[in-house]
Design a protein around this ligand. Sequence first.
Ligand code: ATP
Ligand code: FE2
Length: 323
Amino acid sequence: MIILGIESTAHTFGASVFDGKNILSNEKKAYTTMSGGMIPAKVADHHVEHGAEIMSLALKKAGMTFEDIDVIAYSASPGIGHMLRIGAVFARTLSLKLNKPLIPVNHCIAHLEIGRFLSGFDDPLLLYASGANTQVIAYESGRYRVFGETLDIGIGNFLDSVGRTMKLGFPAGPKIEKLALESTNYIELPYNVKGMDVSFGGLLTNVKNKLNQGYKLEDLCFSIQETVFAMLVEVCERAIAHTGKKQVVLGGGVGCNKRLKEMLKKMCDERGIDFYSPENEFLVDNAAMIAVAGHYSLETIEVAKSYIDPYLRTDEVEIKYRN
Ligand code: ATP
Ligand code: FE2
């Protein structure tokens, strides 16, 4: 079965061809800026402009044409409405034109499923650290449950906000990582873990104030990373202790950060459990994960009933394929 995956929940438009065993292509184009954040209407225009070309490229790289597709999986939730709508329109149009079924996919679950697929782990816990989301997710009784999460903004949005104040452009995560390598001078910052959850809002205000007080960017970037990644690793470790899971996978764009991978791996090694981080192209938003998750679910939907849902939560989706 040939599945075309379409991703468009945020800044990235992606298309991927998956044959049920191999990811044959994984193409994407991401909206970026030199300074300032992303404006949803502009990102939607970007996806309209590049969507068809990305899908054609994905098919070409897979050595296929549109007629070879059996099913179309699209990211239906959660995400920013402006952008979700564009991917859904491409998916519905193809479904009608090719007379092939549609599968709606939850983007957060897809981040977990691509890790599960690539690692070969059967039942991992996912640390999902991306722009809009920060969650610790694992399977339990028919659903992917959220064992811990951010109480305010996602870790990537936090890093991007810090970066915007530092005039680093978007996305700022990689630039903060680079600056952090230039320092080992830790500046005390608020560490906000509340039970299984984390919070970044207070830290953001604190860092913004420090930026006006003459602290070196390198020192701040180093200290920010050490603080927020320790918070994530702590809630992840607590969730492992609670669930008894023996495998951890990483997902989300912030997972590209080498220091986060290093800290997470160390914690897993100390507990004697397995850790796997996908290659960066599968950590950031990508369509291969939508195709893979669609292949696991195979729950098709008619075009007339197809939907987007910007706010659907991970644990609201019933998982029928893991019983
Ligand atoms: P989602 O929709 O899954 O919540 P997202 O759409 O924002 O997330 P991702 O591609 O998963 O997208 O992640 C993007 C985020 O990852 C941005 O906030 C970016 O700054 C951050 N990021 C990318 N590379 C790094 C890095 N090396 N270190 C830290 N953060 C990074
Ligand atoms: Fe994502």
